[in-house]
Ligand binder design. Structure first.
Ligand SMILES: Cc1cc2nc3c(=O)[nH]c(=O)nc-3n(C[C@H](O)[C@H](O)[C@H](O)COP(=O)(O)OP(=O)(O)OC[C@H]3O[C@@H](n4cnc5c(N)ncnc54)[C@H](O)[C@@H]3O)c2cc1C
Length: 400
């Protein structure tokens, strides 16, 4: 099999490289800052870097590369998006777009009213409004359709009561998109509605959940008599499950895993050739550790082929099903294996979490990824759920 670009793809790849080489601000080349957050930072130099990079992307329509041109995107084909993401990841450029660009925007383009599109899409593109996802609840994660947060129609409003959990970055969000139960008597998938909720609405409170790597990423979100205008309903009342699932399809088609794992391994390989790297690692004396690194390289090649299969299907207009689960499962477990290998390579030095500590190998990147990657096999569908999908839909095995 020949994976080489054709002439058109090679030209597009070169175009992406040129923009990155000429316009990517130093801050991001050094791996500092998060573009999404920098756009709203209090630090003027962070804001300037974010603006400079945002302008470079906007000139190409790459702020929302997969959106149709009429909504301000570049209408890139799945293969072009793959090339685009590959080049961004391999140069360490910050990922494009947050949940607004990647998930809610495309969902509104499919299911939103003209008024909803006119109100929300431009603000997603300009970065003015940050969107986050209110799906999971204490009793509804893998079995999301069991959700209980209730929305009752009252005149021109819905009134929401209930609780969401694991809501990533709800504390920095401006708006939330929320799945609610509007018909408790209907079969569970058929009584759900998808609502857009301004976080400033009275009755919303947010409580932080700090994770094992000491990050405040997750939150609990409580709704107490929160009034949401009925015009914020996306799709039909009680048909929100299907709107919500469209959005998850956009969430799961992430294809940069192979490139970023390979980049991490390349960084490790280069560091191990330096004096500092050799002084902090037993790789030079330990054959099994060298073998482990070789295994991770092989696995990133396997991962690349999974990504390529998904993208080839999408390019032919097919919708990946168990194939997306295979890719998600392998990528998230690979992410954890790479982190584990890195921490084993540095032995006791891996106990240093502080990136500023001079003794920390590679600014303790592997240690921090070791902690943060635990969640990779839970987010966006756990590994058990992915294996169930592969076993039943992919292999046709009987359900229990
Ligand atoms: C990094 C991260 C970010 C997240 N961000 C958000 C967000 O922004 N918004 C949001 O709404 N949610 C978010 N979540 C929540 C996420 O969607 C849920 O954690 C996930 O769906 C699993 O649900 P749960 O935690 O309730 O676990 P459960 O569903 O209770 O699962 C517990 C265990 O049981 C297993 N299990 C469950 N059902 C089955 C089954 N049928 N067969 C076999 N095993 C099973 C699971 O695999 C798991 O090991 C995030 C989670 C993480 C880790």
């Amino acid at each position: 099999m020949d994976w080489k670009d054709d002439a058109e793809q090679a030209a597009f790849r070169q175009q992406v490289r040129t923009v990155i080489e000429e316009r990517l601000p130093e801050r991001y080349r050094r791996g500092e800052g998060e573009w999404e957050r920098d756009r709203r930072s209090e630090d003027a130099s962070a804001r300037d870097a974010a603006k400079a990079w945002g302008d470079a992307l906007a000139e190409q329509g790459w702020f929302a590369p997969h959106w149709p041109k009429e909504y301000g995107g570049a209408n890139l084909s799945p293969m072009e998006q793959f090339i685009f993401n590959q080049e961004m990841a391999s140069h360490g450029a910050p990922g494009v777009g947050g949940q607004g660009v990647k998930q809610l925007g495309p969902t509104l383009i499919v299911h939103g009213t003209p008024e909803q599109k006119a109100e929300h899409l431009p603000k997603i593109l300009s970065g003015e409004v940050d969107w986050r996802q209110g799906y999971s609840e204490p009793g509804a994660g893998s079995d999301l359709a069991s959700l209980q947060t209730r929305a009752i129609r009252d005149g021109d409003d819905f009134v929401i009561n209930g609780q969401k959990i694991w809501t990533s970055l709800a504390h920095v969000a401006d708006w939330l998109y929320v799945l609610t139960r509007t018909d408790p008597d209907a079969p569970k998938h058929r009584g759900i509605s998808f609502l857009l909720v301004d976080k400033a609405t009275p009755g919303i409170s947010i409580r932080p959940l700090v994770d094992m790597s000491y990050r405040h990423h997750f939150n609990e979100v409580f709704f107490e008599d929160v009034r949401v205008p009925a015009r914020n309903l996306v799709g039909d009342e009680n048909r929100g499950w299907y709107v919500g699932m469209t959005l998850l399809d956009f969430e799961r088609s992430n294809i940069t895993g192979a490139v970023s794992s390979r980049r991490t391994l390349d960084g490790l390989r280069e560091y191990l050739k330096t004096e500092d790297g050799q002084s902090k690692s037993a790789v030079g004396r330990t054959e099994p550790l060298r073998g482990e690194i070789a295994d991770r390289y092989i696995e990133t090649d396997v991962m690349f082929n999974f990504s390529f299969r998904i993208i080839s299907m999408q390019n032919r207009g097919l919708i990946p099903n168990y194939e997306a689960s295979t890719s998600k499962l392998f990528a998230s477990e690979l992410n954890q294996r790479v982190a584990r290998t890195g921490t084993r390579v540095f032995g006791l030095y891996s106990n240093i979490l502080d990136r500023a500590d001079a003794r920390a190998p590679l600014q303790s990147d592997f240690t921090r990824t070791y902690l943060s990657s635990v969640s990779a096999t839970i987010a966006a569908g756990t590994s058990e759920i992915q294996r169930n999908i592969i076993a039943t839909r992919g292999l046709g095995l009987p359900r229990g």
